[in-house]
Write a protein that binds this ligand. Structure first.
Ligand code: ATP
Ligand code: MG
Length: 277
């Protein structure tokens, strides 16, 4: 007998008690003088559960550990201690082909679409690349169909297929980066400040894409500075302060009745702190 209900699907991404420290470079006379040569605890005991078909917003001030948490979740960075689980499987210490196979199900979209796109790859090649790496799509035609489907889902007009990144607008570039993630049909999408470099007029459209993905069953981890956006797009919210989670819960509830002084301070520092939309 097991006390786990058989119909509860495993959580697509779970982080348990993660810690990450960075050691500042040695032989830095300024650090030695100021006594700041000690390791920086960037992430300190962080636990998160990301459910399918939901968006979790990870918020916090600059340097609070959001991107470091995301990098550990994507297994791009090793943690000092703690556990990373994909679909209930402990992947903390996987590497090589085994890790690559699991990582296909978890894709990341970064803040700067220019930096994340290969400058000499056309839109078609950019989106096809993941299929080639993971040996998906038996024929060129099958791959082309998947590329077209991903571009359509990300609302990238097909006449852009043969353009290079510098021939695209910022919003188009970020949509191409999202299409490159979607082509692998991930169960988890991590978006680290995905719209902060985009013109305000383009942000809503890109954010709607994340809502659509969530509604289609993807688990979305949205890293953002923008608390009103977190309230609009996230189901749950987790607040990080200096590497520690200080508050976690229903997004609207946390932002309308913050329990922790740090969450209150973040809200007060937000110009559009109202939760009207
Ligand atoms: N590679 C690194 N080497 C040394 N220290 C690092 C490294 N990466 C991050 N840090 C430090 O870890 C802490 C957390 O950084 P992180 O990038 O996770 O913050 P963040 O919440 O994403 O900030 P931002 O909102 O500015 O993007 C900071 O103190 C940062 O200086
Ligand atoms: Mg960051």
């Amino acid at each position: 007998m097991t006390d786990i209900a058989p119909d509860v699907p495993p959580c697509p991404l779970e982080l348990r008690n993660l810690t990450v420290s960075f050691t500042p470079p040695r032989r830095n006379k300024f650090l030695r003088r100021s006594g700041e040569e000690k390791p920086v605890r960037a992430v300190d005991g962080v636990s998160l559960r990301l459910e399918a078909g939901t968006t979790l917003a990870l918020v916090g001030g600059s340097g609070s550990g959001k991107s470091t948490t995301a990098a550990v979740a994507a297994r791009m960075l090793d943690c000092d201690s703690g556990t990373v689980l994909y679909g209930g499987e402990d992947v903390t210490h996987l590497d090589g082909g085994a890790l690559r196979a699991r990582r296909r199900h978890l894709q990341t979209v970064y803040q700067d679409p220019f930096a994340s796109l290969q400058p000499r790859f056309t839109v078609r090649r950019t989106v096809e690349e993941g299929l080639l790496i993971h040996k998906l799509g038996a024929t060129a035609r099958d791959r082309e169909e998947r590329v077209v489907r991903a571009l359509e889902r990300a609302h990238v007009p097909l006449p852009l297929l043969d353009r290079l990144p510098h021939q695209l607008s910022g919003g188009q570039r970020q949509r191409v980066a999202i299409a490159a993630a979607l082509v692998l049909e991930p169960t988890v999408l991590i978006a680290d400040e995905p719209v902060s470099m985009l013109d305000v007029s383009l942000r809503a459209g890109v954010m709607r894409l994340f809502d659509d993905l969530r509604d289609a069953g993807t688990a979305v981890l949205l890293i953002t500075h923008d608390l009103p956006s977190a309230a609009r797009h996230a189901d749950t919210i987790a607040v990080l302060q200096q590497g520690r989670l200080v508050e976690q819960g229903n997004a609207r509830q946390v932002l309308s009745h913050p329990a922790h002084a740090y969450t209150q301070a973040l809200l007060e520092a937000t110009p559009r702190a109202g939760l009207r939309t």
